[in-house]
Design a binder for this molecule. Structure first.
Ligand SMILES: Cc1cc2nc3c(=O)[nH]c(=O)nc-3n(C[C@H](O)[C@H](O)[C@H](O)COP(=O)(O)OP(=O)(O)OC[C@H]3O[C@@H](n4cnc5c(N)ncnc54)[C@H](O)[C@@H]3O)c2cc1C
Length: 476
């Protein structure tokens, strides 16, 4: 073992190696603190060549590798196992923006760049990188691509898979595949890029990416809206596409319970409306068409106000607040984005990141809430999410005062009931968070034999020694 550590040190130097237990700790547990693993070392290479050399050494020594970005994943995919035989390979020193091409609308980055840095760099060049999620201040683009992250603008721009043109990957053998092509069209055989996206580090390590950029929006309207029901939210969204001239960029649904947790636990949060309602929508429209000062033209805010007025007459809206400036819009967004934090501080929860088609949301929701209550009558459902994508965080908070062990005894009953319904509605048991470690059994149960067998065949072919993030997504 000393020999392995010294050979790792020779590749990444002291700066790239963490061996003391205090230093290792943040890399050994996940954001939700569901898992606490052990690792031989935390290895932090600074270049692709160093990543490749580390992987080659580990392949020769049969040491498994857990790739890690910002460690904000919800499924335990970036956390090592408890046996302590793995290394964690963190990309957090590979954090350089390599190129920005404003003519070709692309940005080339290393895998460890924080998502927010990418957004800010794009904005400085009057461009937009549209991936946006609550963890954007700490998650990395490598993690985003490896989980095929979603977030709050998928409805308009697509998920991470749709936001990338090319990637560079270090294979489980330590070879470097340079797929950093800034091409929109490239039909040259099997799509290797798509294989690695969403693979959660089980097939190789993403080290660089060429990202797509968009024009920066110049006119944005944001509203916090109380609606009578999830059905009304879906109908409101359906009409909004045409009313906004196809400029809906976000549509988030929230139940009151989650908002209360944010107001209770996240300092500085305030309720945008005076009355309390059961359901809310955060709606955002964005356009690249700038409003000319003094020109007599209707901007998105006026169009949205008119649309919400009509929707109120139809009974789809109960009350609404239109953001008057950017800081008010940010305050609305903070309530939505702090939902996971509010839930974490409230206590134990069982999370379901599910999707069904948008038109099935209302039916699923009614049946799902009933199923959760049947499994545990005192549980507190916390439903929120990207309703415009049919993706809900259909979560369940423990009854007040319960400890984790007591609550987790109901995990299988609650999740089983929810997932059976999701699958019955033609939906997915993981919309955007991936499988990681937490849903390995669920994936095997709910996906067909032919799908699982094909995934296993791919995994065995690319990683025959099963050293790349073993035990995540699949048992091979
Ligand atoms: C408050 C909060 C809000 C969130 N909101 C959303 C949301 O709206 N939408 C959403 O999709 N997710 C959301 N997430 C989940 C999480 O932020 C995403 O999954 C994110 O993409 C993970 O990025 P990361 O850099 O933290 O990856 P990590 O957590 O470090 O890793 C995630 C997985 O990817 C692998 N991996 C990481 N980097 C690489 C690499 N370079 N090469 C190969 N494999 C790699 C890891 O092994 C692991 O399996 C949220 C999380 C939090 C805490």
């Amino acid at each position: 073992m000393t020999d392995l550590i010294e050979r790792l040190r020779a590749i990444v130097s002291d700066k790239g190696l963490i061996l003391d237990e205090d230093g290792k700790h943040p890399y050994l547990t996940d954001w939700r603190e569901t898992y606490l693993g052990k690792a031989l070392a935390i290895v932090r290479p600074a270049t692709t060549e160093e990543v490749a050399a580390v992987v080659k050494l580990c392949a020769a020594e049969k040491v498994a590798i857990v790739p890690q970005g910002g460690n904000t994943g919800m499924m335990g995919g970036g956390t090592p196992h408890e046996d302590g035989h793995e290394i964690v390979l963190s990309l957090n020193r590979m954090n350089r923006i390599l190129d920005i091409d404003t003519i070709g609308y692309t940005m080339t980055v290393e895998a460890g760049v924080i998502l927010k840095t990418i957004q800010e760099t794009a904005a400085q060049h009057d461009r937009l990188f549209p991936l946006s999620l609550g963890a954007e201040g700490s998650c990395t683009i490598g993690g985003n691509l490896s989980t095929n992250a979603g977030g709050v603008q998928v409805l308009h721009y697509g998920n991470a898979r749709q936001l990338v043109l090319g990637i560079e990957v270090v294979t489980p053998q330590g070879e470097v595949w340079n797929g950093l092509r800034a091409l929109k069209k490239d039909n040259t055989g099997y799509d290797l890029r798509d294989l690695y996206l969403g693979a959660e580090g089980t097939l190789g390590i993403i080290t660089k990416a060429v990202l797509k950029l968009w024009p920066k929006p110049k006119d944005v309207a944001t509203a916090w809206i109380a609606v009578p029901s999830p059905e009304a939210a879906v109908e409101l969204l359906s009409g909004a596409h045409a009313a906004s001239e196809d400029n809906v960029t976000s549509c988030e649904l929230m139940a009151r319970q989650g908002i209360d947790f944010v107001l209770d636990h996240v300092p500085g949060s305030t309720d945008p409306l005076q009355e309390k309602y059961d359901w809310y929508v955060l709606l955002e429209w964005s356009s690249t068409r700038a409003r000319r000062p003094g020109a007599n033209e209707t901007g998105l805010a006026e169009k949205m106000e008119a649309y919400l007025g009509e929707a109120m007459e139809k009974g789809l809206v109960l009350d609404a607040a239109l953001a008057q400036n950017e800081s008010q819009a940010r305050a609305f967004w903070a309530i939505r984005e702090n939902h996971s934090e509010g839930q974490k501080r409230e206590g134990p929860s069982i999370k379901h990141d599910i999707s069904v088609s948008v038109s099935r949301i209302a039916d699923f929701m009614a049946e799902g809430l009933a199923a959760m209550k049947k499994a545990l009558p005192d549980c507190r459902p916390v439903v929120f999410g990207h309703v415009g994508d049919g993706n809900l965080h259909f979560n369940c908070q423990s009854p007040p005062g319960w400890n984790k062990t007591q609550f987790m005894a109901y995990h299988h009953a609650i999740s089983g009931a929810v997932y059976d319904l999701v699958v019955g509605h033609g939906g997915s048991i993981s919309a955007e968070h991936g499988i990681g470690r937490l849903k390995v059994e669920d994936l095997a149960h709910y996906r067909s034999k032919v799908e699982i067998d094909t995934m296993r065949t791919i995994k065995r072919a690319l990683d025959p020694q099963n050293l790349m993030n073993p035990g995540k997504i699949l048992q091979v």
